[in-house]
Ligand binder design. Structure first.
Ligand code: HT7
Ligand code: ZN
Length: 876
């Protein structure tokens, strides 16, 4: 494929005023008629042709102002339809007829069928698989959609906007018409037709308009959509209260489908969801599932303003809608739950997903400048780092000026296809602050490293903090400029209270934010009686790596006393990580492993602290993962040694804290009526964080088996099954529990995905054989993306020792899977392949095997652009 550059952007030669679409649905021969009204853009060349996008289309008719187009006036090639000799100024109508085979569409882009339901996915470039069109985000127009289909199999006919009307249509058929008054780009188009159940409610907006809310799910699953509906209403209310955003149609619909490439899609007024992010009840969904549903329902709803009303000029601006909308859904969840616990979870996710991306061959700026396949840029960098960049604007400006900037953005750009520059300008204009240097966060890839040292002069009462920043080189960017890094900080005194210094010089400080802007800076703090302990990057105010040599005693002090709960978690993490790294080195060298007693004491003390919320204490007990340790080690990694070192530390903690873990496990017994709220979820989380330690201390599966038998909700049940499977894979109890679970949930695809994922993450050499065996199971379905992700994806992403086998079999297995998935669903194949993005940080033998596997993929015949792009970047 061709490389697309940001600098090549130019507007279309023609303006599309409106489009009328008519679909006659059929499983294998759907007819689509598109009538488009165009006029030549002012300033466009008088002989410029109209060039429309297409992908694998079969065109059966082409009209110009209602008359068949003469063959000499148009050309069709692989991906374009070009029409010449068009009017200089007058408006004209082009009608295109196409025939589509939804049944054969395994890519799940464009119009496809899933469980008998017709459904579309148009972002980023799926609309061109339906008809020839200006399939780009800066072409906005109003849509009328007519849908004709078999009445019996498709009682439900949905599209964007407001319902105009419907009627019978010949024998056994009917039709429905929809009109969306809000101009939109083609990627927000949606059509759904089929036979589904519905959950209905209403929402009265801030100006008193009543909006009909409908969530469509498979018949019989309606009760499982209640939580999603509740989350939707809370999202609508929150967006009014916090961002002053009101919904703008008479109806808002959500449809859940079981075959979907991503989480969900924000089509105007008609969101389409992976059913995993809609369906929940206590028996089948975990607390994590509930939290995800809440976040994703909110995310897609929030797109109505950040994405739909204000959209992107081109796909390079993807973070304009995604980074901002993730920031908004993070804030929503923080308000609905515990802010600190939510922040810990966000940072854990950022560090485990985005930091490795930014440190490897797939690193790219939040706003890239070139791409080969846009589907590969729906990345954690665009989404999660993009959200962190938005958060930093809020941190630098403060709450009120941030709100003023957002208000200005909505006012100034409503109805626009905007850019990141437009967005940043709103905050500059609202605050008067220059964000020029700050904007480097959008343009420079790589996680900045901030190195800090400190000194205290008792005689003078001054404290100095020397800060140095470095942004590592990334593909295509070798030299970097210093960034504007906002660091929330505090100075803790020996009694845990906070010092108020007389002055701070050398670095700009606003409130509790220190603005690092140069490569090297020294902050001098005066007026201190005692040496303070510096707490830095509170709330993870900047997405950086921080190297700050601090004693375990100082870290324990922060972990015990900081008023920022997040900083307390971070300090304990910073105390644990070097210990785990050291343990891994010892395990590799065959030398003795020791655990710092300050680590075990502080960890046990905080986990026992009843004044702290259980969810936070559960986060404290979840030590840095094997992947976290690998990242800290950086290179020449041996996943087996990392695991062995971490296991030794866990064993020590399990024995030291056994009494506490037993208390936590028993006290927070999950029995009783289940509610999915954050406080109840926190109690379950703490209990389930204690269980693995107990299993280690017990050395046998009885307690976990009992927990499995006693569980009355999916959170506890799957946690107990996970402990059994991961700690005692060969035990009879485990085999029995796996079979009980399978038999009980054999008809529930989403729960079976958990069964597959738990087994895919059983550590050690035997994992691959188990995964291969599971692929032979009658429950495995290679055509369902959720199932493939649950088994193959989870194995490659989340089983370091199983996947990174020394003999390279894990990589060879993945290569053959990628080559098999790619012809059917390139997006899915490309995404799973990114599990190998850190292959260069493996030790030599494994790295060599990984390289060979990647080469095998690269040599594959007829690779999709998606996979070719990823594999080539990983090899470069
Ligand atoms: N905006 C949505 C992105 C999306 C998508 C992209 C490529 C291929 C399939 C897709 N499904 C959904 C999701 C979101 O961020 O809200
Ligand atoms: Zn989004």
């Amino acid at each position: 494929g061709r490389i697309i550059h940001l600098t090549d952007y130019r507007p279309t030669d023609f303006v599309l005023e409106r489009v009328d679409l008519t679909f006659e649905l059929d499983p294998t021969e759907t007819k689509c008629t598109s009538r488009m009204l165009f006029h030549r853009r002012e300033g466009a060349a008088v002989d410029a042709p109209l060039v429309l996008d297409g992908d694998e289309l079969k065109m059966t008719g082409l009209l110009f102002d209602g008359m068949p187009m003469e063959p000499g006036r148009f050309t069709e090639d692989n991906d374009t339809l070009t029409i010449r000799e068009l009017p200089e100024t007058a408006a004209f109508e082009i009608t295109v007829d196409t025939v589509i085979n939804p049944e054969a569409n395994t890519q799940l882009m464009g119009l496809y069928r899933t469980n008998g339901i017709y459904c579309t996915q148009c972002e980023a470039e799926g609309f061109r698989r339906i008809t020839y069109f200006y399939d780009r985000p800066d072409v906005l127009c109003v849509y009328t959609v007519n849908i004709i289909a078999d009445k019996e199999s498709c009682p439900l006919l949905l599209s964007n906007g407001n319902f105009l009307g419907g009627a019978g249509y010949g024998e056994g058929k009917h039709f429905a018409a929809w009109f969306d008054p809000h101009p939109k780009p083609s990627y927000l188009f949606a059509l759904v037709a089929g036979d589904l159940g519905v959950v209905e409610d209403t929402f009265t907006t801030m100006s008193g308009r009543e909006v009909a809310l409908k969530i469509y799910v498979e018949h019989g699953k309606e009760p499982r959509a209640a939580y999603a509906m509740d989350a939707l209403k809370r999202s609508m209310k929150w967006d009014e209260e916090v961002f002053s955003r009101e919904y703008d149609l008479d109806i808002f619909m959500v449809v859940a489908v079981s075959d979907f490439n991503m989480g969900a899609m924000e089509n105007k007024g008609l969101n389409v969801f992976n059913d995993k992010y809609v369906l929940a009840d206590p028996e089948t969904a975990t607390d994590a599932d509930y939290a995800n549903i809440e976040a994703i329902i909110a995310h897609e709803y929030f797109h109505n303003w950040t994405g739909n009303r204000i959209t992107c000029r081109d796909w390079f601006q993807l973070c304009l809608k995604e980074g901002l909308t993730v920031y908004r859904d993070h804030e929503f969840s923080a308000d609905q739950r515990s802010r600190a616990v939510k922040r810990v979870a966000e940072v854990r996710h950022l560090k485990s997903e985005q930091f490795p991306e930014d440190a490897g061959p797939l690193a790219h700026p939040v706003r890239p400048t070139k791409y080969r396949e846009i589907n590969n840029f729906y990345t954690t960098t665009v989404y999660e780092k993009g959200a962190e960049v938005t958060r930093m604007i809020a941190t630098i400006l403060g709450r009120d000026l941030f709100k003023k900037g957002m208000d200005l953005y909505f006012e100034r750009h409503d109805g626009d296809a905007a850019t990141i520059e437009d967005f940043v300008k709103c905050f500059e204009d609202a605050s008067g602050r220059d964000l020029g240097q700050f904007s480097l966060w959008y343009h420079q890839a790589g996680t900045p490293l901030v190195t800090v040292s400190s000194a205290f002069d008792q005689a003078k009462g001054t404290f100095t903090l020397a800060l140095e920043q470095m942004v590592p080189p990334t593909p295509g960017q070798s030299a970097k400029e210093p960034m504007h890094i906002p660091l929330r900080f505090g100075l803790l005194l020996p009694d845990g209270s906070e010092a108020t210094p007389a002055s701070i010089d050398g670095v700009e400080v606003t409130g509790d934010v220190l603005h690092l802007t140069k490569r090297k800076q020294v902050a001098t703090v005066t007026g201190l009686d005692a040496r303070p302990v510096v707490t830095l990057n509170r709330d993870f105010s900047a997405p950086i790596n921080l190297h700050f040599e601090r004693t375990p005693a100082d870290l324990a002090h922060i972990a015990r006393h900081d008023r920022d709960l997040f900083a307390r978690w971070q300090a304990l993490n910073d105390l644990a990580l070097p210990n785990l790294v050291e343990a891994s080195r010892n395990a590799r060298a065959g030398t003795a492993i020791a655990v710092n007693s300050l680590l075990s004491d502080t960890l046990i003390e905080i986990a026992a602290d009843e004044t702290l919320e259980p969810a936070f204490r559960a986060q404290i007990l979840a030590l840095p993962s094997e992947a976290d340790i690998a990242r800290e080690l950086g290179s020449n990694n041996d996943p087996d040694a990392i695991r062995a070192g971490r296991e030794a530390v866990l064993a020590f903690l399990a024995s030291e804290g056994k009494a506490l873990f037993a208390t936590l496990f028993e006290r927070h017994d999950g029995k009783g009526s289940f509610t999915p709220d954050a406080a109840s979820a926190g109690r379950r989380a703490l209990r389930n964080a204690a269980l693995p330690f107990l299993a280690i201390a017990d050395g046998q599966p009885a307690r976990a088996a009992q927990a499995f038998a006693d569980s009355d909700n999916m959170t506890d049940l799957s946690a107990a099954l996970g402990v059994l499977a991961h700690r005692f894979p060969e035990a009879e109890e485990t085999q029995a529990a796996l079979e009980t679970f399978r038999a009980r949930f054999a008809e529930n695809a989403l729960v079976l995905d958990k069964w597959f994922a738990i087994q895919a993450t059983i550590p050690g050499e035997g994992a691959l054989g188990r995964v291969q065996q599971l692929m032979q199971s009658p429950h495995f379905n290679a055509a369902n993306p959720n199932r493939v992700r649950a088994l193959v994806g989870t194995f490659a992403f989340s089983n370091p020792t199983g996947f990174n086998r020394l003999d390279g079999e894990g990589y060879r297995f993945l290569a053959s899977q990628i080559l098999q998935i790619d012809p059917k669903n390139p997006q899915l194949a490309a995404r799973i392949l990114t599990s190998m993005r850190s292959w260069r940080s493996l030790e030599g033998v494994r790295a060599e095997h990984a390289l060979n596997a990647l080469r095998r993929i690269a040599a594959g015949e007829k690779l999709s652009a998606d996979v070719a792009d990823i594999v080539e970047r990983m090899l470069n």
